[in-house]
Design a binder for this molecule. Structure first.
Ligand code: NAP
Length: 548
């Protein structure tokens, strides 16, 4: 009996304190590659993920219609030609199941699973100033003592799922899109309410409209959209993109947004109105994010250009919507095209012509609460449902880290620091939190304005190189200086504030979360420029970072 008790005590995770050189939080695009690189350096490293499998975003967002808005052939790791060429995509913009399979292919090919602990949430991380190490705890009560802590937690991974009073009282089923169940949901004959028409809501709405009994879409802010062109890939297409591997590996990290295309259509001012229109039409027909991320950069700075491009898109939308009331409800007029994320779509607008679909404006009559029957609006109207889908977005950029109790020097809390002002050094460190690195965090392009794999590869490589550098010296601790962080924030703000992006409310500005400090989350100086600046810092022996 006593022996059993001793054994239980020893095997109880609560009593285990393990030691690591590096702990990676997250097993998505960034976490997998960070783990691979640090393991390659000979570090004792382990990744932890709350999910039961790899994939991060592509594990959690399994809602109907979830798919890429980046071309599949560029949403890939480019550090290994073998890895790149070993996977073949079925189409230009594949769906979540295929993407999750690809992430599993990566994990298997790089033999990463043995160093990942799944079903484990990191709950706290406290820096010990005496040892210069982090004490990390998990939801299963484990304690890990680690020198380096790397948050590969994703910029869109903290879902806004508790938004309305009374959610627990709903008699039907209520889902946030980023916590979608694995088993298929049968919508047949069901009354479905959808809240949110961001990139996620649009994908859900267009996918389930013909499967539900009746659907009401609650519309607060209309969206500019671009119709997706999504051809299937033939063997010849696959060979053609694989043959371009070397070119893509060089090209993607240097463009404005980490996509293949870039702003290379000449200056707006140098073109005649007809030439501008021809260019916009040609790019529109590509059916990708090119119109937004690689047509005319002037649209981000110049109100007049913004208005002309916005009107071009509005005309396209008007031509598809039969009902003037739908035009009023679904076509944006009070902010500029591209000043927040532009979704790709397939027959999304046509959904609203279906007899079983209704758009409900909640701009002036907001959703007040969830009742047992459905959604109650401010004027007292109750809309009854069997299923409510919350495509309500995320506490982006900062939320994944502030939901962990992270304490740096002198017990300072990241949640409190970022609750006052979201500051980082190149989006990869925060002054006061030594040996803590992060990817997809605020003030880097990977916070929003990037093809995620391009930027996450660059950041994880920079972090791995930095750790290698620290270990090659006598230092044990590295921390961004306050002066360096201040200078980065100033540089970030100076570029951001020269654009009109900062005028539009969305998760880009943190305005979708009450009380969140307002600042453009993503660095908007371009992926190429950001990469060069990071490289310059490293080349100068990590100038601006203090090593002890
Ligand atoms: P989102 O863009 O933040 O959209 C949230 C939606 O919920 C908005 O329409 C918002 O309206 C609405 N909403 C929130 N609270 C509401 C309330 N109380 N009442 C009524 N409406 C409310 O979130 P998301 O659609 O999940 O997209 C987030 C990001 O994920 C995207 O921008 C994109 O970067 C990424 N994403 C990528 C893909 C892809 O690559 N294929 C797909 C999906 C998502 P307001 O605008 O009025 O606040």
């Amino acid at each position: 009996m006593a022996e059993t008790a001793t054994l239980e005590k020893q095997t109880d995770p609560k009593n285990k304190v393990s030691s690591l050189d590096a702990l990676v939080i997250g097993a998505g695009v960034a976490g997998l590659y960070e783990l691979y690189q640090l393991r390659g350096q000979g570090l004792n490293v382990k990744a932890f993920d709350a999910a039961s499998g790899v994939g991060g975003t592509w594990y959690w967002n399994r809602y109907p219609g979830a798919k890429f808005d980046s071309e599949s052939y560029i949403y890939q790791y480019l550090f290994s030609e073998e890895l790149y060429k070993g996977w073949s995509w079925s189409e230009r913009f594949p769906g979540q199941p295929e993407i999750e399979r690809w992430m599993n292919y990566v994990a298997d090919k790089l033999d990463l699973r043995k160093d990942i602990q799944f079903n484990t949430t990191i709950t706290s991380a406290h820096f010990n100033e005496t040892t210069g190490r982090w004490i990390v705890t998990t939801d299963s009560g484990e304690t890990i003592d680690t020198q380096f802590l790397i948050g590969c937690t994703g910029m869109l991974s903290a879902p806004l799922s508790s938004m309305f009073p009374g959610q627990d009282t709903f008699k039907g089923r209520i889902f946030h899109t980023a916590r979608w169940p694995r088993e298929p949901i049968d919508f047949t004959g069901k009354r479905v309410g959808v809240i949110g028409i961001g990139a996620t809501g649009i994908q859900v709405i267009q996918t389930i409209a013909d499967k539900v009994g009746h659907m009401k879409v609650f519309v607060r802010t209309p969206q500019y959209i671009i119709p997706m062109q999504n051809p299937k890939y033939s063997e010849a297409d696959i060979k053609a993109y694989k043959d371009r591997f070397e070119y893509l590996a060089k090209r993607l990290p240097t463009t404005f947004s980490g996509f293949e295309y870039d702003f290379e259509n000449g200056a707006w001012a140098d073109l005649t109105p007809q030439q501008r229109l021809d260019t916009l039409e040609r790019i529109w027909d590509d059916g990708s994010l090119q119109l937004w991320l690689a047509s005319f950069s002037e649209m981000f700075f110049d109100e007049q250009v913004s208005e002309e491009v916005s009107e071009f898109v509005r005309r396209k939308m008007r031509a598809r919507l039969k009902d003037p009331k739908l035009c009023d409800l679904l076509i944006p007029t009070d902010y500029g095209f591209g000043t927040h994320r532009v979704p790709l779509e397939t027959n999304y607008l046509e959904v609203y012509h279906r007899p079983n679909v209704e758009a409900v404006s909640v701009k002036d009559n907001p959703i007040k609460e969830v009742t047992p029957e459905g959604l109650k609006l401010a004027d007292g109207t109750v809309h009854e449902f069997d299923v409510i889908i919350m495509a309500t977005g995320f506490d982006a950029g900062s939320g994944a880290l502030t939901r962990i109790d992270i304490r740096g020097r002198e017990g300072r809390a990241l949640k409190e620091d970022w609750g006052r002002d979201i500051r980082t050094a190149m989006g990869m460190q925060v002054h006061g939190y030594p040996n803590l690195f992060m990817t997809g965090a605020p003030l880097a392009p990977s916070a929003a304005l990037c093809n995620m794999t391009t930027c996450l590869q660059q950041q994880t490589e920079w972090i791995a190189d930095c750790i290698k550098h620290v270990r090659s010296t006598n230092a044990t601790v590295i921390e961004a200086s306050k002066e360096f962080e201040d200078a980065w924030v100033e540089h970030h703000d100076s570029i951001a504030n020269a654009t009109i992006v900062t005028k539009t409310n969305s998760w880009y500005m943190g305005s979708n979360v009450e009380g969140k400090p307002r600042r453009l989350l993503s660095y908007i100086g371009g992926v190429g420029q950001y990469r060069q600046r990071c490289k310059d810092v490293a080349d100068k022996g990590y100038a601006g970072f203090i090593m002890q």
